[in-house]
Design a binder for this molecule. Structure first.
Ligand code: ASP
Ligand code: MG
Length: 407
């Protein structure tokens, strides 16, 4: 008998029909003799609706009160799923985050899980009941309701699996696994049978939206066996997230092409070449709470440097205003900005042992006449910033060049 955690996202829980479908799937696993804990998201669109509603009353809603209300979407879901299970004759019991309890710190809107109590859940499992837990929410030491950040139900699923030492954590979503790239852009994209935690982390932070980044970190840290599957397909093994070295022989050099459309680039031209400049530029950006991604600085022969960095497109105007405020002080000449750029990345642990991947990537882009504006690399990824008009072309040619197209 195995203990399985299954997490169902908003699309899978999107209507009464779909909830019935989830109930049937959960019941089947249970009937096969497994203990099942289900973690659910709010019905699709519900969390957005609640946030918009809050903003009608307060432009930037009080964090504690916002968490009280946006956590309700998941509470609706647990009740509905338990009803659907009971309707088909399966005993089930719902748990809010506080009832589990899922103890978190008090950072409303982005709380971190500190501890999970397992005794109540275990009693239910041992009595043969299915346990249904609300994703995304927790409770702090003072009893306040907290939420874990957007997409946080994935993290709830993984954390529950870690706390109860589940045999597997299955994340059910609307795709049947992790793909080499977005199949809506490249129809030849293939589902991966396995991907390593590190690759998955890169893919998630580089723009692939399959799993919340924190859930992957969590799973890696606590060695949770994690699998992504479709809640709509009747069969399929999905994609198993593995530890590197489990199957070294089969690692392709590149596992996937990730991309992010929401990039913007800012450049401060002609800043003097002296210590402290990077700090004087990025310090105020950090103080304004703007996340910086890629950074490039190069000293020209005239002793002046151009300093470029990228931010999320939604923060472009804000970042530009901050720079305009410090331009004079740092002795820069001019600020240039471009919010029509994108980032395309090749990811693969095989890169470690295969030199020449970067040059191959640059050659392929050059052959298409695609200009590379910025480059950044890590041990297992190479990212380039491009004019957004090249996004789809770049993804397609790289996907083919790295042998990822379906045979
Ligand atoms: N309902 C929350 C959100 O939309 C959490 C989740 O779905 O994972 O972000
Ligand atoms: Mg999600």
């Amino acid at each position: 008998m195995a203990l399985i955690v299954q997490k169902y996202g908003g699309t899978s829980m999107g209507s009464p029909e779909r909830i019935k479908n989830v109930a049937r799937r959960v019941a089947r696993f249970h009937a096969e003799g497994n203990q099942v804990i289900v973690v659910v998201s709010a019905m699709s669109g519900e969390t957005n609706r609640l946030i918009a509603l809050a903003k009608e009353l307060q432009a930037s809603p009080d964090p504690r009160e916002l968490d009280v209300m946006i956590s309700t979407g998941e509470q609706v879901s647990i009740g509905l799923l338990c009803m659907a299970l009971r309707d088909i004759g399966v005993a089930a019991r719902s748990y809010t985050g506080a009832q589990v309890p899922i103890l978190t710190d008090s950072s409303f809107g982005k709380a971190r899980i500190l501890e999970i109590g397992d005794s109540a859940i275990r009693r239910d499992l041992e009595a043969g009941r299915i346990v249904v837990v609300a994703g995304f929410q927790g409770v702090d030491a003072a009893g306040n309701i907290t939420t874990l950040g957007r997409g946080g139900s994935d993290t709830t699923g993984v954390a529950i699996a870690a706390a109860l030492k589940a045999d597997e954590c299955q994340i059910y979503t609307d795709v049947d696994g992790v793909y080499t790239t977005d199949p809506r852009i490249v129809s030849e994209a293939r589902k991966l049978d396995t991907i390593t935690f590190e690759e998955m982390l890169e893919m998630a932070s580089l723009g692939s939206k399959v799993l919340q980044i924190r859930s992957v970190e969590f799973a890696g840290k606590y060695k949770v066996k994690l699998r992504v599957l479709s809640s709509f397909a009747e069969e399929g093994e999905g994609t198993l997230i593995t530890v590197e070295g489990d199957k070294p022989m089969e690692n392709p050099i590149i596992s996937g092409i990730a991309f992010n459309r929401d990039e913007a680039k800012l450049t401060v031209l002609g800043v003097p070449d002296r210590p402290g400049i990077a700090y004087q530029i990025l310090g105020p950006i950090a103080d304004a709470n703007i996340d910086v991604d890629m950074i490039i600085q190069n000293i020209g022969y005239d002793g002046a440097t151009d300093f470029s960095f990228t931010v999320n497109r939604s923060e472009f105007e804000k970042a530009k205003a901050v720079l305009e405020g410090v331009l004079q002080h740092i002795g820069g000449r001019e600020i240039m900005g471009d919010n029509r750029v994108c980032k395309v990345s090749a990811v693969g642990v095989g890169m470690r042992s295969h030199p020449g991947v970067a040059s191959q990537m640059f050659r392929v882009l050059a052959e298409e006449g695609i200009n590379i504006q910025m480059i950044s690399t890590s041990e297992i990824k190479i990212s380039v910033v491009l004019d957004e008009k090249y996004l789809e072309l770049a993804i397609r040619v790289l996907h083919r060049a790295f042998g990822l197209d379906k045979a």
